[in-house]
Design a binder for this molecule. Structure first.
Ligand code: PLP
Length: 366
């Protein structure tokens, strides 16, 4: 019996009847762009995040890009981003023509800190995009304090953190905007692509709505040079089925994480550290070991599938070679790319599977 990294078909099976009924409802409605399915999900998701507004968009990358655009971040503006993140965070800044200013993560929480952000601020800094990486919330309250001293816009990349809490408050309403991906493997995943932006800023929300729909609120009247990035009504219907289950599915992830943290505490693995104000939702359970590659191979031989998040950091990708960051430019991030790997994690990982992962690791690390 092998343990897969994440079983999306088990997630589908748990709610297949509801998903299929919702798909049929959406298909029969006659609304294939926008309409009641999208509005209903936006309303429910805003409420879930304690935010005033949610704007559905096509994916998590465009959510960040549109949020930056709505706050008029563009050419020449410096935007602080984590050095260690999924490449989308960087790409959104690049697509706005803005300047990427990477900051190293805290080596224990893997998130960027208010202190590191403060050091990277220059007179040209306009925005910060903290990422709540791997399901662990970044210190958004501290980041807002640093940002507000300098009037910086804070866009939270929350693509890995649906439902997490920071100082007791739900992620998604503290920054000027928070951006979300509903890529199928995220904590709240659609059955295809999807994304959203949550915000408490009414004017920015109105601009985001325009920008995601060709800059238009009225057919053939275009007020802004927008794009086409809309949440599909079929996906909105799928998400409306899954949103009410998100807290329960996150609790199951938390139970798996608690077992890993407890059982692996005495091994040579470096385990994720959680700040006392953070309530993580364990999008990924990322551990570190100097012999990462051998360990992953041995685990695979024992039927345990693990993955690396991320094997090549954005600054070492060909896509960003023009930025000129050489090897050693961000040593913490580079070391993470060499030592980190992610254990199987998800709401449908059985206790047996979790125990199998733990047993294999204990055997290998003994
Ligand atoms: C998944 C992800 C995105 C992008 O989401 P897509 O919907 O795939 O475009 C952005 N940022 C982070 C941190 C992500 O994990």
């Amino acid at each position: 019996m092998s343990v897969s990294f994440l079983d999306l078909s088990a997630a589908y099976a748990e709610v297949s009847a509801e998903l299929e009924a919702a798909a049929q409802r959406a298909m029969r409605s006659g609304w294939y762009i926008g309409g009641p399915e999208v509005t209903a999900f936006e309303t429910a998701f805003a409420k879930f995040c304690d935010a005033k507004d949610a704007i559905g968009v096509a994916n998590g990358l465009e959510a960040i890009e549109i949020a930056l655009h709505a706050f008029e971040i563009g050419a020449g503006d410096e935007v602080i981003v984590p050095a260690n993140t999924f490449i989308a965070t960087w790409l959104a800044v690049a697509r706005r023509g803005a300047v990427i200013v990477p900051v190293e993560p805290d080596p224990e929480t893997y998130n960027i800190t208010p202190e590191a952000i403060a050091e990277a601020i220059t007179p040209r800094t306009r925005a910060v995009i903290p990422v709540h990486l791997y399901g662990q919330p970044a210190d958004i309250d501290g980041i807002m304090r640093v940002a507000s001293e300098r009037d910086l816009i804070v866009i939270e990349d929350a693509a890995q953190c649906h439902g997490a809490r920071c100082h007791g408050a739900r992620i998604g309403s503290v920054g000027h905007a928070a951006t979300w991906s509903f890529y199928p493997s995220k904590n709240l995943g659609a059955l295809g692509d999807g994304g959203a932006i949550t915000t408490n800023h009414a004017e920015a929300a109105a601009r985001m709505r325009l920008l995601s729909n060709y800059g238009s609120s009225q057919k053939y009247i275009h007020d802004l040079p927008g794009t086409n990035s809309r949440l599909d009504p079929l996906q909105a219907a799928m998400l409306s089925v899954k949103l009410p289950l998100l807290d329960e599915w996150n609790r199951r992830r938390q139970a798996v994480a608690a077992e890993y943290l407890d059982a692996l505490a005495e091994t040579a693995l470096v385990l994720p550290k959680i700040a006392d104000w953070a309530e993580p939702v364990w999008h990924l359970f990322v551990v570190r070991h100097p012999d990462r590659d051998d360990l992953m191979t041995a685990l695979r031989e024992r039927g345990v599938e693990t993955l690396i998040h991320y094997p090549i950091p954005p600054h070492r990708q060909n896509a960003f070679k023009d930025l000129g960051f050489g090897e050693g430019a961000f040593p913490i991030t580079e070391q993470m790319s060499q030592e980190c790997f992610s254990l199987p994690m998800g709401p449908h990982l059985s206790t047996d599977d979790t125990q199998r992962v733990i047993a294999a690791l204990k055997e290998l690390l003994a």
